[in-house]
Design a binder for this molecule. Structure first.
Ligand code: NAP
Length: 290
């Protein structure tokens, strides 16, 4: 700790994301030690006060809290496996993206070597690091997030997903899928409105308000999914099959690609064919459950 009582932090991996993480720790006054395979990427951080470790051993030795953010899990293992003994008793926060299975394997490896382990998912791009409006998901060894919360809050708002280290990666993958689906729907709709001369900015102001209503629908539908019952009291799939016909017609008239709405129609028709046309849209979850 330094005179300001801010704990030392080590950041291993200084790509776009790792550099942003180290920068946020430095900006918050944490003594920050960094290491990167290509040392030149540390130059700007060193100019701002970071200490450059000569190797991973030195980087790990500098702090009780070691954050790693490299390309993938094999790179994490390649870097840290030889340093398992020096990590014993410390907290390793792995903010590298990967699969839930890789995260669980990493947690098992850490536990076998007496290393406290948190797996994380950064729900922003590097310019959003350090903004408490953005979430960083954490899962892993009990108590570790609480113990390091004040330090980790510097990176973004920490969301505790519990002890299953695979959950940060699972949420991360699912949430990215949600983002791509929203982007797809928004871009399709923006192309549709744009065909009649509406500027993307103008349309998007209305679309953003609509997303708040959609989010409210989702909260209600989540309760139906957890209950396993999908009463179509607000709007039925039958009604939405008719509504999507208007979207397809408008797109056809304007020469807009129809693959996305056709996928939705296919899912809705399958539910109708199975006798669920009177249910709410939440029933479509059954199509995703193999
Ligand atoms: P990046 O700019 O390409 O940086 C990759 C980093 O990994 C570099 O520090 C690189 O070292 C290091 N690396 C790759 N292979 C290595 C190996 N075998 N041994 C040692 N170091 C190795 O990528 P990034 O954007 O920082 O992403 C890093 C991680 O954050 C990824 O898992 C990514 O999915 C995740 N993430 C990124 C974002 C984003 O918006 N960028 C958002 C959320 C999560 P060198 O500099 O020596 O090549």
């Amino acid at each position: 700790m330094d005179v300001m009582n801010k704990p030392n932090v080590t950041v291993i991996g200084l790509g776009q994301m790792g550099a942003a993480l180290a920068d946020a720790f430095l900006a918050a006054g944490h003594p920050t030690t960094v290491w990167n395979r290509t040392p030149a990427k540390a130059d700007a951080l060193v100019a701002r006060g970071a200490a450059l470790a000569a190797d991973v051993v030195e980087a790990v030795a500098a702090s009780e809290l070691v954050v790693v953010c490299v390309l993938d899990y094999p790179a994490v293992r390649e870097l840290l496996a030889p340093e398992a003994a020096s990590l014993r008793g410390k907290t390793l926060v792995n903010l590298t993206s990967g699969s839930p299975e890789q995260a669980r394997a990493e947690a098992e490896w850490a536990a076998a070597h007496g290393i406290g382990y948190l797996d994380g998912g950064i729900m922003t791009t590097p310019p959003g690091v350090g903004d408490s409006a953005n979430m960083i998901l954490y899962a892993g060894s009990p108590g570790l997030l609480a113990a390091h919360r004040t330090t980790l809050e510097v990176l973004g708002d920490p969301v505790d997903l519990g002890e299953d280290a695979g959950l940060a990666s699972l949420y991360d993958a699912g949430l990215l899928g949600l983002m791509w689906s929203v982007f797809g729907g928004w871009l399709h709709a923006t192309a549709l409105a744009g065909a009649d001369g509406v500027a993307a900015k103008e349309f998007t102001a209305v679309a953003n308000r609509w997303l708040k209503t959609v989010s409210w629908f989702m909260s209600g539908y989540a309760e139906q999914i957890d209950a396993g019952e999908y009463p179509g009291a607000d709007a039925t799939i039958d009604v939405q099959v008719a509504a999507i016909g208007h979207l397809l017609h408008a797109g056809e008239e304007r020469g807009v690609d129809d693959r996305l709405p056709r996928l939705h129609l296919e899912l809705m028709r399958a539910a109708v064919d199975a006798g669920h046309g009177g249910d709410s849209y939440a029933r479509i979850i059954e199509a995703f459950r193999k």
